[in-house]
Design a protein. Structure first.
Lengths: 308, 428
């Protein structure tokens, strides 16, 4: 081509100012705290993973959360951080020959653990099964709704977190927001979870639930006795699950979970697997016990059994 | 340094100049991106409840698109191998366009993951050191690592080739060849890791099949190249780039082989599930024939089957492979077929029926569709920007001036009919 033409076309003038334009606009789209956000918002934004917090930092986090929850629910809220008790490994027993499918455990759990009422989140789900078919999950019905339970020809199998010794959900979490504590309870740090829901895909028991929406938790029904890793109010966009009522069982050694306490037929048993005299050990040693989906090698500490 | 700065300024001039068709294309993409941003703002405001995802089906349309696009990105390697390893010239000239497609597909992948997570404000938890990346335990952590490496690698390769051409120099083989060679296992790795992400979950029998990763790779070598074939024809029609027929036909031939392997592996999977007839058949039954009256996915998967098999036959026979009408029909069929099979057809049956036997029929909401449309528009926007710079460089219409600092820009139009173009190159 002619050289003169090339020179004419040489780089159109371009000011730096022009290039910077528009770059700032992109930042607004991100869901980050604004410039004028109160200090506590930034504090929670930069909060470290619970397991990396020093005791002093834990106290700070607890103070911030207690203040926030107390203001929101209009009553003093306690957020505990009590660590696992020495020499305790929790185990659970569920007597399928007794369970009548009344779902009282489901709602006692909701009340104790501050689950969202709208939309409803249930950590316990009760399956109605055919006596003829046995434990066949493909034929299970969760939404049974007769006037009276139990129904003839059926038995009932409540399913909640099985507190696996080898939990597949923990392994897959990309940010270590969930882990198994020394007392065998798998917990979630709701302030660290990024909400990718990989753990929900990995769990073979459907035990993990997501906050698709801001939790609908009426102030009057809010249980103010909470644990950081347990029943404190959950933020939107994170995963939650059964913690064996960590706020109860760690505070008072020997105390039952809400679901054990409410069960009208005594189908639910709870205790320390390391204590040879505990009820749960007696059940494992003397009853016909099975664990759910044994072939997956998750090694649940949740034992279904037939007492009669 | 000054030279690079001037080059950079030149690229900004390029992307801001173009024909009316170029502006119209870019503005319509921007409009769709704005729709996507609005949909995302709505989702951030209300939470993921605005999607059709629920506890039973906890991944949906976003992750389906992500999975498909990882395949499109990995497919760039199908151009790199013949071009650089076997030094096959017709493809070598255009391999850089494949690398740019990989970059754009990666951008879309990362966006689809971002819009899917519940707490995008906590993305920094994934960064090693300041956050905690659960590597090597979590396959999602692996995926974050390999996807980002692949994105950076392809971006560096593409920018480096373009910058060298702009300087009228040959790429330095000591720097360039190792990167190109590394990009081949990297492409395989993004696909394998993404497949393993599903594959490793014992809770989900539909995904927990060892055939999944090979199937992923085979179908990736269909969808990405099918897109490239259509794109190459558009590029040579509307820009000065020359792409030879034999390059296009060679790619079509490779697609035929890949599709054969894909269909064979699928058949192996179908045989195993139906013949053994265990409880693990349920998800496949749901996908192909419906389960207990729930059959949302059935028409889609059969469409995909018919499309994939027809396209395979079209590409297998040399006469239809080398006829541009049937070739393009085949490309469209493959792209749609693989999109269904590798997208919703892979993700949803993994979650239906759920682990306790419940069937929740998922179909995406308007918000999910609009947001996804916005992300696709973003990917095309990024790809057009990259092409806007690369095409003039490859045709010698954007190059380093004689003073050795300022760029010379000849191409001020970009998209125009080939018959209106003057000489093939201004450079000489």
């Amino acid at each position: 081509m002619p050289k003169g033409k090339a020179r004419d076309l040489q780089a159109f003038g371009m000011s730096r100012r022009k290039m910077m334009k528009g770059a700032a606009a992109v930042l607004g789209a991100l869901a980050l705290p604004g410039k004028d956000a109160p200090a506590s918002v930034w504090e929670s934004f930069f909060q470290k993973n619970f397991r990396e917090l020093s005791n002093a930092e834990k106290a700070q986090v607890v103070a911030r959360l207690e203040k926030e929850y107390s203001a929101k629910y209009g009553k003093p809220v306690k957020v505990g951080t009590k660590p696992p008790l020495e020499g305790v490994l929790y185990g659970y027993g569920l007597d399928l020959s007794r369970c009548i499918g009344c779902r009282r455990c489901v709602y006692a759990c909701v009340a104790e653990n501050n689950q969202s009422r709208n939309p409803q989140i249930h950590w316990i789900r009760v399956l109605q099964l055919d006596k003829e078919r046995g434990v066949d999950l493909e034929e299970a019905e969760q939404y049974y709704n007769p006037a009276k339970v139990p129904e003839k020809g059926h038995f009932y199998m409540p399913v909640q977190c099985q507190q696996c010794e080898s939990p597949p959900c923990v392994k897959v979490c990309p940010v270590q927001a969930t882990w198994k504590e020394l007392d065998g309870i798998t917990v979630v740090d709701y302030n660290w979870c990024i909400g990718c829901r990989y753990c929900m895909a990995a769990c073979p028991y459907g035990a993990r639930h997501f906050n698709w929406k801001r939790a609908g938790l009426p102030a009057g029904e809010m249980n103010p006795d909470t644990h950081y890793l347990g029943n404190r109010p959950r933020p939107i966009g994170v995963v939650e699950k059964c913690t064996f009522c960590i706020q109860r069982v760690r505070n008072v050694p020997g105390r039952y979970t809400a679901c054990v306490e409410i069960c009208p037929v005594g189908a639910r048993k709870f205790g320390n697997l390391l204590d040879p005299d505990s009820e749960i050990r007696y059940i494992i040693e003397n009853k016909r016990v099975f664990i759910l989906k044994e072939d997956l090698n998750t090694r649940p500490k949740f034992y279904y059994f037939y007492a009669t | 340094m000054r030279k690079i700065w001037e080059f950079f300024k030149g690229t900004l001039v390029l992307v801001s100049k173009g024909s009316a068709a170029y502006y119209a294309w870019m503005l319509s993409l921007l409009a769709l991106m704005a729709v996507g941003v609005a949909a995302y703002a709505y989702q951030l405001q209300n939470g993921l409840i605005v999607t059709a995802m629920r506890d039973q089906v906890s991944w949906g349309f976003y992750i389906s698109n992500f999975t498909f696009l990882v395949g499109v990105a990995a497919a760039a390697v199908l151009l790199v191998i013949p071009a650089y390893v076997y030094k096959w010239k017709p493809i070598k000239e255009i391999a850089v366009l494949g690398e740019m497609l990989a970059v754009s597909a990666m951008v879309m992948c990362l966006l689809f993951v971002t819009v899917d997570i519940g707490r995008p404000d906590r993305f920094w938890h994934l960064f090693p050191k300041i956050g905690i990346l659960n590597f090597p335990q979590s396959l999602l952590a692996w995926d974050v690592v390999v996807l980002n490496i692949y994105l950076v690698l392809n971006l560096v390769i593409a920018v480096y080739i373009c910058y060298k051409f702009y300087n009228r120099e040959e790429p330095n083989p000591n720097f360039f060849n190792p990167m190109i060679l590394f990009s081949i296992p990297a492409a395989v790795s993004i696909h394998t890791v993404t497949a393993f992400l599903y594959n490793g979950l014992a809770a989900r029998p539909f995904w927990n099949a060892s055939i999944l990763a090979p199937r992923f790779l085979a179908s990736a070598f269909c969808s990405g190249p099918a897109f490239m074939i259509i794109l190459f024809q558009l590029i040579r029609k509307y820009t000065r780039i020359q792409i030879r027929n034999e390059a296009i036909f060679k790619i079509a031939e490779l697609i035929a082989y890949a599709m054969f392997i894909n269909l064979f592996l699928l058949g192996a999977e179908v045989f195993k599930e139906y013949y053994s007839n265990t409880i693990h058949l349920a998800p496949m039954q749901y996908l192909f024939f419906g389960l207990k009256g729930h059959s949302n996915l059935v028409p889609y998967i059969w469409t995909a089957m018919v499309f994939n098999i027809s396209a395979f036959l079209l590409f297998l026979v040399p006469r239809t492979r080398e006829n541009f009408f049937t070739l393009n029909v085949g490309c469209v069929l493959i792209f749609i077929g693989v999109y269904i099979e590798k997208g919703m057809g892979l993700v949803i049956p993994g979650l239906v029926p759920d682990v306790l036997g419940e069937i929740y029929e998922y179909s995406p909401t308007g918000t999910e569709l609009l947001l996804s449309l916005g992300i696709w528009a973003t990917g095309l926007f990024v790809y057009t920007l990259l092409l806007r710079v690369a095409v003039p460089i490859l045709t010698g219409e954007f190059f380093l001036g004689e003073d050795g600092v300022k760029p010379v820009i000849v191409d001020t139009e970009f998209i125009r009919r080939a018959d209106q173009l003057a000489e093939s190159s201004y450079r000489d």
